[in-house]
Design a binder for this molecule. Structure first.
Ligand code: GAR
Length: 198
């Protein structure tokens, strides 16, 4: 059974979908802990599923290294097989990435390498893109630049705003995330030599 630590910053709707999937007895992974960089609304999903959680508050970029060290200490308590960034809106410092690489994955609301960064949905709209997408990647020291594990296109509709487009992307992200975790857990996907699916 693959054990997961999930890190969030926001509402945690993708976390919730993963918790639901992982509560199925046949699913080959379990969430053992949820962490956040703030008192995120999504921590309520962990509580609802009886999963322990922790918060390591973000104290600004100058404190990134200390924040990362504290985060790593919390993660070490749980010894997760895989760390899932599910809407964590902070870059992990290199020592944390090095400790877990390549066992850290991230979901992103765009068809990478298009529109990396904190505003993937907004940037796709601003660029006038006719289609965008969702991606699941391995985390490395770049910004959304690691190997792509899964991705799928999502059309941009003429009357889309950031919220409506993001709400159409998220269900695709959820499917890709759950399928990617399942493939990692069953050994169908080797994080050290990934072959992307769509
Ligand atoms: C998701 O769309 C995730 O891909 C995005 O934040 C959202 C979190 O939603 N992450 C990034 O943009 C990271 N660059 P949720 O809190 O409802 O799951």
């Amino acid at each position: 059974m693959l054990t997961l630590a999930v890190l969030i910053s926001g509402t945690g709707s993708n976390l919730r979908a993963l918790l639901e999937a992982a509560s199925e007895p046949s699913f080959p992974a379990r969430v053992v802990v949820v962490g956040a960089d703030r008192e995120a609304d999504g921590l309520a999903h962990a509580e609802a599923f009886g999963i322990p959680s922790f918060v390591v508050p973000w104290r600004g970029a100058a404190e990134r290294a200390a924040w990362g060290a504290e985060l790593a200490e919390q993660l070490a308590v749980w010894q997760p097989d895989l760390v899932v960034l599910s809407g964590l809106m902070k870059l992990l410092p290199p020592p944390v990435v090095a400790e877990y690489a390549p066992r850290i994955i991230n979901t992103h609301p765009a068809y990478l390498p298009e529109f990396p960064g904190a505003h993937g949905v907004r940037d796709a709209l601003a660029a006038g893109a006719k289609q965008t997408g969702a991606s699941v990647i391995v985390v490395d020291d770049g910004v959304d630049a690691g190997p792509i594990l899964a991705q799928r296109r999502v059309p941009v509709l003429p009357d889309d705003d950031e919220a409506s487009l993001h709400e159409r992307i998220k269900p695709v992200e959820r499917e890709l995330l759950i399928e990617t975790v399942r493939r990692i857990a069953t050994g169908d996907l080797d994080l050290a030599a990934p072959v992307p699916i769509s």
